[in-house]
Every structure is written in C-alpha cells, then in structure tokens.
Design a protein around this ligand. Sequence first.
Ligand SMILES: NC(=O)CC[C@H](N)C(=O)O
Length: 364
Amino acid sequence: MSKQQLILENGTVFVGEQLGSSNGMKGEVVFNTGMTGYQEIMTDPSYFGQIVVLTYPLIGNYGINRSDFESKAPFISGLVVREAQDVPSHWRSEQSLDAFLKSYDIPAIQGIDTRKLTKMIREYGTLRGKICSMDVDASEVVKELNKWELPTHQVSQVTTKMSYTSPGQGRRIVLVDFGMKKGILRECVRRGFDITVVPATTGAEEILNLQPDGVILSNGPGDPKSVPDAIQMVRELLGKTPIFGICLGHQLLALACGANTEKMRFGHRGSNHPVKDLETGQFMLTSQNHGYTVDEKSLELTQLSVTHLAINDQTIEGLKHRDYPAFSVQFHPEASPGPEDSNPLFDKFQQMIEQTKKAGVQFA
Ligand SMILES: NC(=O)CC[C@H](N)C(=O)O
C-alpha cells in the first residue's frame, strides 16, 4: 500500500497509508467522535470542504450503501481514520470505503495515531491541513496552508439550484435548503407535510408567496455570517409564519434577531452530545456537527430565550422567540447518524403550527 501524508498548518506531518485518492486537497481538520455513521458524516453537506478525523478506530466495516446517504454525494475534502476495513460485511453494502472515496476522488489516510491528532485539535483548535502523496514537499505545503484563507461561500455550493416539492396531505411547509441533510426532509415527509424545498437565496417575499404554514431553516456549512441575505430573509419572516431552525438555521435565527455567533475552538461533532432541555429539565443525547455557536451575552438585547444547553461546555443548544412562533436547536433532531431522543422537536413544530392556526394569527 502506498504511503500518504497529512500535513497541518502548525508543521506537524502524519505519515500513514493511502486510502481513497492521492489527489491533494486542503481543508479545515475537524474530528467526529461517533462510533458509527461514517456514511452519513461523509454525505452531510455541513462538512463541505472539511477534512474529517473519525476517532472511532475501525471504520468501513459495514461498507457503503446509498440509502444511508444524507445527500447525493460526499462533500468532505478528506478523511482520516485509524484503520479502514477493506472487506465490509453488511447485506446492504454496495462497495468498500476505499472504493467509494476513490470514486469521488477524495483523499484519505489511515494508520496514523488519530488520538494524538484529536488531542492536538482539542488543544490548538481546528487546524488547516492537506492530505497528499509522499512526493509533495511538506514544508512548502505548511507555507501554503498558513497563507490559505478558509473558504466562506460554502452554502452556495451545496444548496439546491431549483425549488422542488414533495406533496403531502398535511400542512404546507417551506424548507430552506442551506445544505440540507436528507433526514430533515424524511422527518417532514413522515409527518405528512406538503413540502416545498427552496434554494438558500430565496427571499422572504417569495417564501411567503408560497403561503407556508411554517418554515424550516436547514443545517448547512460554514460561517452563518457568510450568508447575510439569508439572515435578512429570516428577519423578514419573523412573526409572519412559524419558524424552526436547525443547526445553521438556528444560528441564522439568532443573527436575524440581533444576537451574535462566534467560532468555537474545535466545535461539537459526534453522536452522543448531552443536552439539557431547560423547559422540561430533561436530558437528551444528541447528534451534533457545528463549529460556530451563539454568543450567550449577545442575547441580552434580543427577544430570544435559551431553551437548551450543552452539558459538556454550557454552550447554547436551543433558542425560542418570546413574541413570535419561532424556535431553533443547534443539534440535529433528525439524527442520522445518532440517537433519536430529540426527534419530538418536529412534533413540537407541528404543534406550533396548529396553535398558530387556532389563534387565527393573520399574516401580512
Ligand atoms: N451542521 C450545521 O448546520 C453546521 C452549522 C455551521 N456551519 C457550523 O459549523 O456551526
């Protein structure tokens, strides 16, 4: 097996074995602690442009099958694993991890100490990195990485180009796709919603013209401040239709209400992040994938209240608007991968729609 290297901006070089392609790609190196779910992680558009380190030491043992994908293709810029299993064993498996990565020309590396790398990221924060073949001069790459600015317009690369519908007998929902995971659509379909999925660039007026009973703001990659038009769109929707924000959608709701977001040192990525629901006092295990968070102090001047908190670091995991039907969560109630403890939040949104209807609120 040929060797491959992972070069980091701080000058560290990990030498391992080639997995996937050897086509060098730069990315922000982040880690995910989930024990399963590598297919969902690789195809979650929120990871667009990132090099993902999986801390679970054996990856690929149940192979690859398209029904587990969270979008049509993988969006990561690289994968780092301790050991990849090349002979998958699962009745649904269509190909091996290595064959899958090669077919999308995604570079990956195995056989390195992922514990050491993860500790490094925890200490220094996420690092810019590049996976490439051994004939590349590492010191040149370190220079290149230090000059490289992380991309900012990821949403435009992963949002749907055109609107589409998924008809249902229930309430009419507009789902704004900032890089939506399929799981969100699945949960809406499961509840019988009549769904229109629209591109991230859709304006508030266009959304209201669809006469939605509610709007869901999806997850998506990158800095929430890099989509100012979407923040404006959410601001204009507030009070006119019930809103449910998920992950990037949560951050956009916060920004639209006047709060601030900031980049975290190394983010939350995994399938067992404990969260406390401050309204019920209940705890839940959640699936998470975010590198930004809402700044708690910035909430003072807004009409937002905190509904959920992360147990590990006390960061904000959920918000609700005090005057309008709008709430959001930083984690993933659609799971995929991860536990389904927070799945009832989709029911909560449905109830919010019904209550708003009952109250006979007239929207402009
Ligand atoms: N999964 C998401 O929607 C992530 C939101 C945002 N890109 C972040 O990293 O914080």
